[in-house]
Design a binder for this molecule. Structure first.
Ligand SMILES: NC(=O)C1=CN([C@@H]2O[C@H](COP(=O)(O)OP(=O)(O)OC[C@H]3O[C@@H](n4cnc5c(N)ncnc54)[C@H](OP(=O)(O)O)[C@@H]3O)[C@@H](O)[C@H]2O)C=CC1
Ligand SMILES: Cc1cn([C@H]2C[C@H](O)[C@@H](COP(=O)(O)OP(=O)(O)O[C@H]3O[C@@H](C)C(=O)[C@@H](O)[C@H]3O)O2)c(=O)[nH]c1=O
Length: 277
């Protein structure tokens, strides 16, 4: 397969690039494929005619988005809309990633894909605009809502806990979600590209199980033998609100794609082992 990966230098883009070694991959980053430059995107797809476009490019600064709403929408909303149109025009299947932050967090059981969306921060709102545009344009598309992404590389919570010089961390235990390894997402994408059921739509992909950020930090601390003192707090002041509960139901994804998803604990073990080596 000929595959274009956008946002290839980001955390997920790198992980997916490393997982797709059996395919002809063209990896592009913001400087040559900017979601806010339709002509650049059109030219690339016209020349390349990829079977798949895996869009890992996004505006992901959750707190900054509160101040930069327009910019976040230009990338995650209008930019994604344009990309979906261009994929349609050149008959490429679009694989796109959205977020658990499209939900308001008031649920008490895992969100299914048809649960009501109601983002409570600007980033979630901008991602929802992108999802809706892709669905409206239709065509050959997969949107995977993922959550709390981390990896041995890139900027993420796992690396912050592992590398912070602070010996004591105070972490919220009032938000619950499913930390998801970018290595797991990449493995799933590899499986999808080789076994595409052409069953397009919106899906949830997370490692299975749930932790609070505090529980996640404790698990990282233990598995890496960091010996930090980690305490639970009920509040950590941030510019953007975060959902209190954003666990997503992944059962449909497992069924449709015939794929067993790793648990949060197994996935963390794997990231820890990569991180150490
Ligand atoms: N990180 C997380 O916890 C989660 C992420 N997601 C989603 O997963 C996807 C991948 O996220 P992740 O890998 O963490 O994100 P990163 O921020 O690590 O990577 C995103 C990449 O997109 C690039 N980018 C930013 N703006 C543009 C633009 N206008 N045009 C082209 N490229 C651009 C960034 O470049 P530069 O750095 O130079 O700006 C960066 O390399 C995103 O869709 C995100 O919304 C969903 C849930 C959780
Ligand atoms: C630095 C710090 C953060 N926290 C809290 C704040 C927040 O609730 C939680 C995690 O903080 P982060 O800023 O790493 O996480 P955040 O940027 O909210 O992560 C989100 O990113 C976007 C892109 C997504 O799509 C989401 O799925 C989610 O992964 O930890 C503490 O409790 N103590 C601390 O010292």
């Amino acid at each position: 397969m000929k595959i274009l990966i956008t946002g290839a230098q980001g955390m997920l883009g790198q992980a997916i690039g490393q997982a797709l070694t059996d395919h002809e991959v063209v990896a592009v980053s913001k400087k040559d494929f900017d979601l806010t430059c339709p002509h650049e995107m059109d030219r690339t797809l016209r020349n390349l005619r990829p079977d798949y476009v895996i869009n890992c490019a996004a505006y992901t600064a959750v707190d900054l988005a509160e101040k930069e709403k327009e910019k976040s929408i230009a990338v995650n909303g209008s930019g994604v809309e344009k990309l979906a149109q261009i994929c349609n025009q050149y008959n490429s299947t679009l694989i796109h990633f959205s977020t658990d932050y499209v939900f308001n967090g008031s649920a008490i059981q895992p969100y299914t894909t048809d649960a009501t969306v109601d983002p409570i921060n600007a980033y979630g709102y901008s991602k929802l605009i992108g999802e809706k545009a892709i669905t409206r344009i239709s065509g050959k598309f997969y949107v995977f809502r993922i959550s709390w992404l981390y990896a041995p590389h890139g900027k993420n919570f796992f690396r912050w806990v592992a590398e912070s010089e602070q010996s004591e961390l105070s972490i919220v235990d009032t938000q619950t979600g499913s930390p998801t390894s970018a290595l797991s997402v990449a493995d799933f994408v590899r499986h999808l590209v080789s076994n595409d059921p052409e069953h397009y739509g919106i899906y949830h992909f997370t490692n299975t199980g749930e932790w609070t950020w505090y529980a996640f930090a404790k698990a990282i601390n233990e598995k890496l033998n960091l010996n930090k003192r980690i305490s639970a707090v009920s509040e950590f002041k941030t510019a953007a609100k975060r959902p209190e509960y954003s666990v997503m139901d992944t059962s449909r994804t497992s069924q449709v794609f015939n794929y067993t998803i790793r648990t949060i604990d197994e996935a963390l073990d794997k990231v820890v082992s990569h991180y150490k080596n």
